[in-house]
Design a protein around this ligand. Structure first.
Ligand code: NAD
Length: 261
């Protein structure tokens, strides 16, 4: 079977854990060279060793960076191009959930923190990667939004604002850059069992979070959490040439929950 990412360079933020790590593994198995970005250097090393187990010949560049810092973003883009010469696919994924609280109690600092990572970070990534992709004349981008970016979830002012913003950036840039052969889409995952979701369940009930998790997925049509590797399959498809005509849109991956009422 031909590998969809042979000779391709894929840049992933938030690559040290969860959805970023699962997507790195999937595209590496399909031949990609990887530039992996995360705030946490140790978690990047963990992703690298998993990648090399799954794809021993993969070329992997690790970059520790905070996506909320524009200079750091410019730098991870430059380092990637210096090492590999181009960027075929960009998974603009790093994000945080923030504390859960009613709007009136949410807190200005918390709001700004969540928005600076989830929205500013995604915008900075688009700003610097799109310049490279426009000049090279090809590329595909997947931004990570959330079900919280297309529906109201509650107790998540910062998250909701930032993820709805990611959807807006996706639509706006998608219509700007289609003419250059570049496609930009967002994914809207529901509850996928990653360290972020584990942390969120622990906020609800630290001693009984697994039970809370079972109740949490009860309303889901499929009555389960999604798996990181299921998101990895979707991201790999969306970053591949096969998905070039899918542009400026949001794809939910949530077991159908966002369409239920
Ligand atoms: P995760 O916590 O497992 O992984 C997120 C990674 O991003 C971590 O390795 C973390 O170190 C990194 N990161 C956080 N802030 C950063 C920063 N400022 N700069 C660079 N790296 C940073 O979480 P995940 O579940 O894999 O989430 C990945 C993305 O998916 C996030 O944008 C999240 O909002 C989104 N999402 C997740 C779910 C889910 O159910 N897991 C659902 C919807 C959306």
């Amino acid at each position: 079977m031909s590998k969809r990412f042979n000779g391709k360079v894929v840049l992933i933020t938030g690559a040290g854990s969860g959805l970023g790590q699962a997507s790195a593994l999937q595209v590496a198995k399909e031949g990609a060279k990887l530039s992996l970005v995360d705030l946490n250097a140790a978690s990047l090393e963990e992703t690298k060793s998993k990648v090399l187990e799954a794809a021993p010949n993969a070329e992997v560049l690790l970059i520790t960076a905070n996506v909320a810092d524009e200079k750091a973003v410019e730098n991870y883009v430059n380092e990637t191009v210096e090492k590999f010469g181009k960027i075929d696919g960009f998974f603009n994924n790093a994000g945080i959930e923030g504390k859960q609280n009613l709007t009136e109690d949410f807190g200005i600092d918390e709001f700004q923190k969540v928005v600076s990572v989830n929205l500013n970070g995604v915008f900075y990534g688009l700003k610097h990667v799109l310049k490279v992709m426009r000049e090279q004349g090809f590329g595909s981008i997947v931004n990570t939004a959330s079900v919280g970016g297309i529906r109201g979830v509650g107790n998540q002012s910062g998250y909701a604002a930032s993820k709805h913003g990611v959807v807006g950036l996706t639509r706006n840039s998608g219509i700007e850059y289609g003419q250059y052969g570049i496609s930009i889409k967002a994914i809207a995952p529901g509850a996928i069992m990653t360290p972020m979701v584990e942390g969120s369940l622990k906020q609800m009930d630290p001693d009984n979070w697994e039970e809370v998790g079972k109740q949490f997925v009860e309303p889901n049509p499929m009555k389960r959490f999604g798996k990181p590797e299921e998101v990895g399959y979707l991201v790999a498809f969306l970053l591949s040439d096969q998905a070039n005509f899918i542009n400026a849109t949001v794809i939910p991956i949530d077991g159908g929950q966002s369409y239920k009422y």
